[in-house]
Ligand binder design. Structure first.
Ligand code: DP6
Length: 361
């Protein structure tokens, strides 16, 4: 049994609510220092930091109707179409969230959800999806609980709950730069929930751009959850966790000064280290595709030729996130149109940038 975190266990509810609906839009995020490896009940093996995105988001409307019988009753619709495949993951989430949301068995839930990007394409749809669902459930709790939570308390519990659904989802509540995982040098950081990055951030990062180049929009051959599992007994696991925690330390002066050369080195190294863990797992697997490498090489050539500080990062998938300062938008977008688009599946990409965090609809 995992320890109960009393801070997030609600007081007995004071109101009764028969039925209704709540809705949230929650963004995806892109990690600069990656979370890869977990333990216990969704606790990270190292600290991670991400940019919250703006355009890549999930909108979820949760309908609820009170019921008498025991057990969970969940229906999920993606773009209006029933998705029974999604239910087991949500049931698993409900099971571990029960102590913190004790009303979960008291309602029949219908989750109406839609993404602004292809599902399971490596754009962390679990991050935006689970955070949107956590926010909806917490909104329902606010209706049940006359006392309510402060705005800060609400966000903290939302991140805590989102984490129970999917680790990276913890980082999708707040906007800007968000940190998850306790780190000695980052005040307020916690393994239980993510917090806004509390240190100085140079203005170049306030509106940083991320174009997601969609190399592969199908289902991944190995899910993140399975990939995390392969870090248990991985020959390089401890070195990887140390590397990530050291990179968290190293990124602080970079974010403060806007040193883009150092930023690029750290971010690209993190992405390749993440994939190196996959290449050296047992069993090993490769999520990059030939087009992933072709794009990376073109980004490197472009940077060398133009001096424009554009770089890449990768999630657990084949897609490439092209990161660049807003002031170079035009040149980078020309590169995408003229050279990179050809490597994308059906020429697809999504222009995005740092966003403000989740929004009640
Ligand atoms: C590669 O959060 O999708 O995107 O906790 O099992 O749901 P679960 O995994 P998930 O892992 C994402 C890992 C990553 C890196 C990151 O976002 O930090």
């Amino acid at each position: 049994m995992s320890a109960l975190h009393q801070e997030f266990v609600p007081k007995p509810y004071t109101n009764s609510v028969e039925s209704g609906s709540v809705a949230w839009k929650s963004p995806s995020n892109i990690a600069l220092v990656k979370y890869w490896g977990k333990h216990g009940q969704q606790l990270p093996k190292n600290t991670s930091i991400s940019f919250t995105l703006d355009h890549c988001a999930t909108s979820t409307r949760l309908e609820f109707q009170s019921k008498q019988d025991q057990g969970f009753d969940i229906t999920v619709l993606l773009d209006g179409k029933a998705q029974p495949d999604f239910v087991p993951k949500i049931e698993k989430f409900f099971t571990i969230a029960m102590p913190y949301l004790p009303f979960l068995e008291d309602y029949s839930f219908t989750v109406h959800t839609s993404n602004s990007f292809p599902h399971s394409s490596g754009i962390a749809s679990s991050a935006s999806g689970m955070s949107a669902l956590a926010l909806c459930l917490l909104d329902l709790e606010a209706q049940l609980n006359g006392n309510g939570l402060s705005e800060e308390g609400f966000k903290k519990k939302a991140s805590f709950l989102a984490r129970l659904g999917s680790g990276s989802a913890a980082r999708s509540i707040d906007g800007g730069l968000v940190v998850w995982g306790e780190h000695q040098e980052i005040a307020g950081s916690s393994d239980l929930f993510a917090v806004p990055y509390p240190e100085a951030v140079h203005e170049v990062f306030h509106d940083f751009c991320d174009t997601v180049l969609l190399v592969d929009t199908g289902e991944k051959i190995v899910s993140s959850t399975v990939g995390h599992g392969l870090m248990h007994g991985h020959p390089f696991a401890e070195q990887r966790f140390d590397q990530a925690n050291n990179n968290m330390q190293a990124i602080k002066p970079i974010l403060a000064s806007g040193d883009l050369d150092a930023f690029i080195t750290l971010v690209e190294s993190e992405a390749l280290s993440l994939h190196a863990m996959m290449l050296t797992s047992s069993p090993y697997f490769i999520l990059m595709k030939p087009a992933t490498l072709a794009i990376i090489n073109k980004i490197w050539s472009f940077r060398k030729e133009t001096g424009i500080p554009a770089c890449f990062t990768l999630d657990a998938g084949a897609n490439v996130h092209l990161l660049y300062p807003a002031q170079h938008k035009q040149q980078v977008r020309d590169l995408i149109e003229n050279e990179l688009k050809a490597h994308c599946k059906e020429g697809a990409f999504i222009h995005d940038q740092v966003g403000q965090g989740a929004l009640r609809l």
